[in-house]
Design a protein. Sequence first.
Length: 104
Amino acid sequence: MASKIKKGDKVVVLAGKDKGKTGTVERVMPDETRAVVTGINLVRRHTKQTASQDAGIFTKAAPIHLSNLAVADANGKATRVGFKINADGTKVRVAKSTGDSIDG
């Protein structure tokens, strides 16, 4: 099955502590049905010193479940994603709210 959310998509958070915020997808983990989004679901990690990095408390983006994300349409609002076959036979993602192509 084709993925509705892909790396580089602009998404809106639908639920959780960051509800309403927008960000760009850095990484998608389809086996875990999660994605890492820049600036969303930030957590602080205490790390030990290693040969390549110093010790300290670092903030990083944790994965968020795909059901809590929706693709942002051209207006910046959350929309559902559908699929359409173009005239040349390629499958593209389309925004259900506006009917515009998401893949460009």
